[in-house]
Structures are given as C-alpha cells and as structure tokens.
Design a protein. Structure first.
Length: 310
C-alpha cells in the first residue's frame, strides 16, 4: 500500500507531524537518516516522500545524514517518485551561499555577504565591512557560528582565539549586521509553495536563529533591551500580514523544489526588508498556533494526504 514517507534525522521534530497523520488516518513510515542502505537496482516503494533533513544534523551526532539523504533522494527521483523538498531543496538547506544566490536570482534582497574559507581569508574579508557585521556558518541552523562584531580588531581576537567555532563545511560567512528598529524578526511559513502565515519572533533576549541579534562576542557586548513588566509572547502569529515580495518568494520556492519552508526576514531602520534564512525542515510554535487557530503541521499532513490519494 502506498504511504507517506518522512525523511529526517530528528524524531522530536517529526512527532507533531506523525500525530496529525494519525488523526487524519493517513498511512506513513518513518525514514530516519542516522544510518541505512539503498539498493540502487531496486525500485523504491510506492508513495510520496517528504524530505525534512536538517543542516544542523551534525550537532545531534548525524554528521553525514545530509550526504546520505542526498543519495536517497537521487535514488527516489531516478525512479520518478514524488519528492517534496527534493534534492535541489536539500542543497539550499545545507548551504546559505546557495540560499542567497537563489534568492537574489528572484530579486529578493539579502544582506551583503562574503564567504570565506580559511582563517587568513576570513580576516581579509572583514576589511570589506565599514560598520558592524556578523559571522555565521554556511551549513548552519541553531544559530551556529553567529557572532556580532563592532570592530575588525575584535574578529581577529575571536578567529585566533580558543573559542573560534568553525563551520562543519569549512566555510564561514561574513554579513552586514541588519539592525531592526524593534527587537523582532518575522518568520514566514509556506505550505505547498504558498504563503500560509507570518509569525513575529521576539528577539529582545537574543534569538539563536536570528543573526541580527547575536548579543555577545568575546569582550564586546550588545545590550539587551529592557523587558516590559508583561512581555509579549516570544512567538505571535500576525493577522492581516502583507508579505513583501510574496510572488517572488513563491516563485523562488517553486523553482528550487521547495514545497514547505519557513523563511526569516528582517526590516532595517529605513524600512528595507531582507531575507536571511530559508528553513526547509520548518517547525511551528504550538502556543502561537493555538491562539491564532491555524496549524502548520496539520496543513502539511492534509497536503501530503491529498498528494498520496492522487
């Protein structure tokens, strides 16, 4: 019997999706990529395949899960199986350089970024920034390698010190620091390649997925804004939100084989909007969704169920 096959490496993230499958009575199978083998001469099972591989898999002991997933997706696609967040999408998930290049092709603004390989080259690249800038890992997630620098001297201390955190693929990005007028970013969720909703994420206490709000680097400190007595929820779905560049984002997703994604954007003090992260293994905040009455995992399950029935 055809099923929905979920390709991933983090069971905590898939549990809410599997719960939705069970509520809808949809047959599914868990394909965990921590290990495995494929016989390239044998056809894959019938069904639809949803890839949720994460760029941060190595932080959970699954160093080569993206590479193995790439092999699995190639096998599936060679037999004509329907894959959502396909092999092209995976290449964007595991490389921010690929993300930014693809976004720019659809006239979506991204922060000015330099990719550096090697410590000396990283320091040379920092000379191209006149104001504050950040570093981040090319293969990232979880805010890996995000540091804020106010001066070029500070990055020299960091790079040559014991706390330097090298990207798993060896490529470090330097990026203009985008300072928002208020401490929040917006994460835009897409289901079936179409915009579903936007969630406002409070970054006043720092936010590991937000490079614009990395708050401490060595001997330099980025002050945190005072907290109100009754703080807003960290995650809040925005009503009647108009997404800038919506048609561009949806065209970008379609062209790159991305069916489900969370794209993070930030607005600077002049009102300019920048996209800085594309997450193809997107997750959702339960409390925010319950308050708004809209549910991402349910929408994914319903979408996959329709595709399976077709």
């Amino acid at each position: 019997m055809p099923k929905i096959y979920v390709i991933h490496e983090n069971s905590e993230w898939t549990a809410p999706l599997f719960q939705r499958f069970e509520e809808l009575g949809l047959p599914y199978e868990d394909w965990h990529m921590s290990k495995g083998y494929i016989d390239l001469t044998q056809a894959p099972p019938e069904g639809v395949f949803y890839n949720r591989m994460s760029a941060s898999s190595h932080t959970r002991g699954h160093r080569y899960a993206p590479e193995y997933t790439s092999a699995v997706l190639s096998w599936l696609e060679s037999y004509g199986r329907k894959v959502f967040n396909n092999s092209q999408a995976l290449q964007l998930e595991i490389s921010k350089v690929n993300q930014y290049s693809a976004l720019k092709a659809f006239d979506i603004p991204v922060p000015r970024t330099i990719a550096a390989y090697g410590k000396d080259e990283l320091l040379k690249a920092s000379a191209h920034f006149d104001g504050p800038f950040i570093t981040k890992h090319n293969r990232a997630g979880k805010g890996l390698g995000v540091q804020l620098f106010q001066t070029k001297a500070a990055i020299g201390t960091y790079v040559n010190g014991n706390t330097f955190d090298e990207s798993i693929d060896g490529i470090t990005l330097l990026q203009d620091y985008i300072e928002a007028p208020e401490p929040y970013i917006v994460r835009c969720e897409f289901i079936g390649g179409k915009f579903l909703y936007a969630v406002k994420v409070d970054t006043s206490e720092g936010f590991e997925l937000c490079p614009a709000d990395a708050c401490q680097i060595g001997d330099q400190f980025c002050p945190i804004a005072d907290q109100p007595q009754e703080p807003e929820p960290k995650f809040k779905i925005l009503e009647n939100f108009t997404l800038p560049y919506q048609s561009n984002f949806e065209a970008f997703l379609k062209a790159n084989g991305i069916t489900f994604a969370g794209i993070e954007i930030i607005t600077d003090k002049s009102g300019n909007v920048f996209a800085y992260d594309v997450n193809t293994n997107t997750n959702y905040n339960r409390e925010a969704e319950e308050k708004a009455g809209i549910f991402g995992m349910k929408a994914i399950a319903e979408f996959l169920g329709k595709e399976l029935n077709q």
